[in-house]
Design a protein around this ligand. Structure first.
Ligand SMILES: NC(=O)c1ccc[n+]([C@@H]2O[C@H](COP(=O)([O-])OP(=O)(O)OC[C@H]3O[C@@H](n4cnc5c(N)ncnc54)[C@H](OP(=O)(O)O)[C@@H]3O)[C@@H](O)[C@H]2O)c1
Length: 314
């Protein structure tokens, strides 16, 4: 496993990180229920044994934070745990302001500190932003929690371009972006990743399997996702020609060809976890294969955002 500093932070992350939404709650287009708690904890521990040292969680992911705490308890070498909080009104896209913002942030941080059982949260990400968000009031509030020693670094998780570009305008406070990216969805390569690299902001990729669509599951998607197989067909052909499965191609492309510091994936299966470790250990794809992937264009990117899928996703 390779490790790299997350931009200008002193957090050293494994090239692959473990996302835990599907361990904490029913998730994704199949609304697959999470595994039993003991299996979820074993899976997190197995990931750590195999060299993963970065875990992505959130208070909003059901029992995920609690599972992460239990999986990490007693470890001499603790992983970097990134959690999240929302700055939106409940059930609304509107961003919180004033006393409601201050109360919500304080309450979320207290809860995550307690549930994760730590004295400081190493990376807290503002969750699922898709518009400009960085008001002077918010930035001042974020700075206060660093000064109080509750939060070491702030980051954001985003959709689209507007939110990550806004985050990149505040490198003094926002140290990391978590962005959707896959071999099929390379939109963040145009502006966001190059700007982040130029200024030393950390970049973590998510949805590198497009919620599992870029895998053997491509052949058995529900009717609501019938638009995806034709988009992914050229990628599947490249994988078959190269003698690897689609998930391996998707993972090795995202990890090695994107310029990101780490890429997280979700799984409920130890076999998939181990396959992903083997894939990253196989190293970069050949330059010809990388170039061939880059020729694949998706004319209508609407379906690349799971938020637009007409199946329920959290
Ligand atoms: N806005 C946000 O902040 C946000 C949004 C989405 C996700 N996230 C984070 O990002 C993490 C990953 O995102 P994601 O779950 O949406 O996308 P993903 O990692 O692209 O896809 C996860 C799915 O891929 C399947 N998978 C994993 N490895 C595989 C393999 N080797 N072969 C075949 N299938 C494989 C898993 O299926 P099984 O479950 O059946 O094992 C899993 O459900 C989440 O856990 C969460 O921590 C954050």
């Amino acid at each position: 496993m390779q490790y790299a500093n997350l931009g200008r932070t002193n957090l050293r992350l494994s090239a692959l990180g473990l996302g835990t939404v599907q361990l904490g709650m029913a998730y994704s287009w199949g609304q697959q229920p999470p595994p039993p708690e003991n299996r979820a904890i074993s899976l997190i521990r197995r990931a750590l044994e195999l060299g993963i040292n970065y875990i992505d969680t959130a208070a909003a992911y059901g029992r995920s934070e609690s599972l992460v705490r239990r999986a990490c308890s007693g470890l001499r070498c603790r992983p970097v745990i990134a959690t999240k909080l929302s700055i939106r009104r409940t059930d609304s896209a509107q961003l919180l302001t004033g006393p409601a913002l201050r109360q919500s942030v304080e309450q979320s941080l207290r809860q995550s500190l307690q549930t994760l059982g730590v004295d400081v949260l190493e990376l807290v990400q503002l969750h699922s932003l898709d518009t400009r968000f960085a008001t002077p009031e918010l930035l001042d509030l974020l700075a206060q929690y660093c000064q109080r020693g509750w939060v070491r670094y702030w980051g954001v998780t985003t959709y689209g371009q507007e939110a990550p570009l806004d985050a990149l305008a505040h490198p003094e406070l926002i140290y990391a972006l978590q962005i959707p990216y896959s071999a099929l969805d390379r939109r963040m390569e145009r502006q966001v990743i190059p700007r982040a690299q130029a200024q030393g902001t950390g970049v973590v990729l998510r949805s590198i399997f497009l919620q599992g669509v870029l895998s053997h599951r491509l052949a058995s998607l529900p009717a609501a996702l019938a638009g995806l197989p034709p988009l992914a067909a050229p990628l599947l052909r490249l994988a078959e020609d190269a003698g690897m499965d689609l998930a391996e191609l998707a993972l090795r492309f995202a990890v090695f060809a994107s310029g990101a510091h780490s890429a997280i994936f979700g799984t409920t299966s130890t076999a998939e976890l181990e396959a992903n470790i083997r894939a990253v250990e196989a190293g970069p794809l050949s330059p010809d294969l990388v170039a061939a992937v880059r020729t694949i264009e998706v004319a209508d990117s609407t379906l690349l955002n799971p938020g637009n899928w007409r199946v329920s996703t959290p």
